[in-house]
Design a protein around this ligand. Structure first.
Ligand SMILES: [Zn+2]
Ligand SMILES: [Zn+2]
Length: 211
């Protein structure tokens, strides 16, 4: 029995493939509201005690996030079955297939990082404490100003680290996240992709033209 909270790369090269076994999974809720994914491999029928758990591994949220990244690294084509991102990613036609998969993998990682509810709560709390508002770091949009009580406390978080450099193993710091409005977030993700600073400059230039 083992609780895994982080994963490290095994430098030893292994070539052998193990024998198939049954594996049971369970989602375990901890007493503090935290969750674990539990995997139990059980002895195969030809073993002495069939169905006896031979290995039990639990993954906490952090390790599961890493695992998600590693799964997509190992099986990039799995990413194409996740259609959630299809409306935000517009693959350009000159992408080779492999780059497309790689891009999707990293986009999913990016999304999973900026959807970490605990991290987002902490980021918003930090900015609210410091500034009293949650303004879009690109265009200055204030959800509370426009939507009143309905928009209070609402904003999206964008992961600043360029998508192409993301791997599953780097933890996200609060400074990696930027507060953005929904429109700017979409534009940040629109290929070829812009940084907060670049998009801010674009918005400023366009506003100057209007006024
Ligand atoms: Zn904005
Ligand atoms: Zn984003």
């Amino acid at each position: 029995m083992a609780l895994v909270t982080s994963l490290e790369q095994n430098q030893k090269v292994r070539h052998s493939v193990h024998r198939p076994t049954r594996c049971l999974y369970a989602i375990v809720d901890g007493s503090a509201g935290e969750r674990y994914l539990q995997l139990d491999t059980v002895g195969s029928a030809d073993r002495e005690i069939p169905d006896k758990v031979s290995q039990s591994i639990q993954f906490d949220r952090q390790a599961a996030g890493q695992l998600l990244g590693l799964l997509l690294k190992a099986f990039p084509d799995l990413a194409s079955s996740i259609d959630e991102i299809s409306d935000t990613e517009e693959p350009s036609s000159d992408d080779s297939e492999e780059e497309g998969f790689e891009g999707r993998t990293q986009l999913i990682l990016h999304r999973s990082k900026e959807r970490n509810p605990r991290l987002i709560r902490r980021k918003k709390r930090r900015i609210l404490t410091e500034t009293g508002k949650l303004l879009c770091e690109v265009c200055g949009f204030d959800f509370t100003l426009v939507y009143g009580h309905l928009g209070s406390g609402f904003a999206e978080c964008h992961h600043r680290v360029p998508i192409a450099t993301l791997n599953g193993e780097t933890p996200t710091r609060l400074s990696d996240l930027a507060i953005v409005c929904a429109n700017c977030h979409r534009m940040l993700h629109r290929p070829p992709g812009h940084t907060i600073e670049q998009l801010r400059a674009i918005v400023r230039e366009c506003r100057n033209k209007i006024s």
